[in-house]
Design a protein around this ligand. Structure first.
Ligand code: RB5
Length: 181
């Protein structure tokens, strides 16, 4: 039976998503949660929500979310109970995250990696299976418990400490104009 995989991307990941859908559609059942057309002003949490819920509710086996860096997608996806998402830009993490941590969502940054690396990471992620070894199950249960506990956020996390002096900037460069930021 083919794996069911939901995929989603904002404008930062749109082109890469289109290519991954094209490359993977013969091997896995892909559910494309959008964006379905390029929109320079769309927001990644909207697609994260669709992919993350599909994974958490069991509509699909795995999820892939692509934004510019993968970071925003990852932060947002991990807010959805049952989602275990990570940015993996190396193949070791892409399969080990599944084998040990039962990672069910792969986040990719289309401004960081190219399509060939993204394809290899995706294959490594999708081919991997959770080992269900006792120590990994025990750790996962502790992760799941974190999700259920009422979380107490220390005040210093809410209000980060103010620096007396600005950290010195060692490297300066001119940022390019990017209207899609
Ligand atoms: C959108 O320009 C960009 O901020 C977003 O795709 C992502 O990189 C966020 O983490």
């Amino acid at each position: 039976m083919k794996l069911n995989v939901a995929i989603g991307a904002d404008h930062g990941g749109f082109e890469l998503k289109q290519e991954l859908v094209r490359r993977l559609s013969g091997s896995v059942d892909i559910v494309d949660k959008g964006a379905h057309e390029f929109d320079a002003h769309d927001d990644y949490p909207d697609y994260v929500m669709l992919v993350g819920r599909a994974v958490a509710e069991g509509e699909v086996d795995r999820g892939i979310i692509i934004c510019g860096s993968g970071v925003g997608a990852c932060v947002a996806a991990n807010k959805i109970p049952g989602v275990r998402a990570c940015v993996c830009h190396d193949t070791y993490s892409a399969h080990q995250g599944v084998e040990h941590d039962d990672q069910n969502v792969l986040c990719l940054g289309a401004r960081v990696i190219g399509v060939e690396v993204a394809t290899e990471l995706t294959v490594a992620f999708l081919m991997a299976r959770f080992t269900a070894e006792e120590r990994h199950v025990r750790r996962l249960e502790k992760v799941a418990a974190l999700e259920k506990e009422p979380q107490v956020v220390p005040e210093e996390v809410v209000a980060p400490p103010e620096f007396e002096t600005e950290p010195e900037l060692q490297i300066e460069y001119e940022e390019g104009e990017d209207e899609n930021e």
